[in-house]
Design a protein around this ligand. Structure first.
Ligand SMILES: Cc1cc2nc3c(=O)[nH]c(=O)nc-3n(C[C@H](O)[C@H](O)[C@H](O)COP(=O)(O)O)c2cc1C
Length: 300
């Protein structure tokens, strides 16, 4: 998730049970023009599980070139390349990237095909139900024909952005008509949602985005029991582990403030935490504040 995903967040999601995580969406131009900041966000640490680098752009050759650069760079470790045809943000659409391409099936085919040619690693694709009209089945079939290994469907139109609901029935339709694995996405917030979406769509996996910001423990399913997001001690413990990782990876404190707000959104004392974080300038003082504020069991 752009603005939220970094190695620390991915590791805590992995520790909570997520088997596959994705980089923030990354511009093919950024990679080609050797933007160091870009390269830093697309490598995994050896403590991570499966990791996909997500690319966006609109020129097939640039996808090809970007993948070659990533592959040839020994410092970049990844397992999968994922292509973003789902982002509805204004600046992305204006550039004819992301979900804009859902109206251009031919370009989608060429991009996926070129990516498959560029690497032996799996190419996966993330789409929405359509741009302003539903064409998810047509687009999914084209993506499969072009050689993709899996597809994630966020079943909202791009023009809906985040309004309305993700129509899981559309995902079920895609699953019935495709041979490659289908990953369901959109509005999966609880253990019950996970169960329901698997049942309804017969999908191969689920992708969880916003709910993981507030509750990475959503991945912690054991015998179908979801650890309650109200489990304050556990949530604090996971957050302190996250802060340790932020320090270890030298991630700037300012860049994680939005995540901190999201994480503590429904917490008792969320307002007090928020106002402290607004003034706070280092991981060190936030850690101290949290340890003073909450009585941590298990002697973290
Ligand atoms: C702040 C934010 C950043 C996002 N960044 C990305 C991104 O970089 N790549 C991507 O494929 N989807 C991105 N998404 C979309 C999510 O991956 C997901 O498709 C969408 O939020 C619906 O799933 P959810 O209901 O589980 O959140 C982003 C969503 C949000 C809210």
């Amino acid at each position: 998730m752009a603005g939220f995903t970094n190695q620390a967040f991915r590791i805590i999601c992995n520790n909570c049970g997520a088997d596959l995580t994705f980089s923030e969406m990354t511009s093919t131009n950024g990679i080609i023009y050797n933007n160091l900041k870009t390269l830093n966000i697309i490598t995994k640490n050896n403590r991570e599980k499966k990791f996909a680098v997500q690319l966006f752009g609109h020129e097939p050759q640039k996808f090809y070139d970007a993948i070659k650069i990533i592959q040839d760079n020994k410092k970049i470790i990844f397992d999968i390349i994922d292509i973003n045809f789902g982002c509805p943000a204004k600046k992305i659409i204006k550039n004819h990237d992301g979900a804009y391409l859902l109206n251009e099936p031919k370009t989608i085919f060429e991009i996926v095909k070129k990516c498959v040619e560029a690497t032996t690693k799996p190419i996966t694709v993330k789409i929405r139900a359509g741009y302003d009209k539903i064409n998810v089945l047509e687009i999914s079939k084209i993506i499969e024909q072009a050689g993709a290994s899996a597809i994630t469907v966020h079943a909202r139109l791009a023009t809906q952005k985040y309004s309305g609901i993700s129509d899981w029935k559309l995902i079920s339709h895609v699953k019935k008509n495709l041979k490659i694995p289908v990953i369901a996405n959109g509005d999966i917030k609880t253990c019950n949602d996970i169960k329901n979406v698997f049942e309804l769509t017969e999908c191969d996996a689920v992708m969880i985005a916003r709910a993981a910001l507030n509750n990475p423990m959503i991945f912690l399913m054991k015998d179908n029991v979801l650890y309650s997001s109200k489990d304050i001690d556990n949530k604090i413990k996971i957050f302190l582990e996250y802060l340790d990782l932020i320090q270890e990876f030298n991630i700037k404190f300012n860049s994680i403030k939005s995540f901190i707000f999201a994480y503590f959104k429904n917490f008792p004392n969320a307002l007090a935490i928020r106002s402290f974080v607004n003034k706070c300038e280092s991981v060190f003082s936030l850690k101290k504040y949290l340890l003073d504020f909450f009585i941590i069991k298990n002697n973290y």
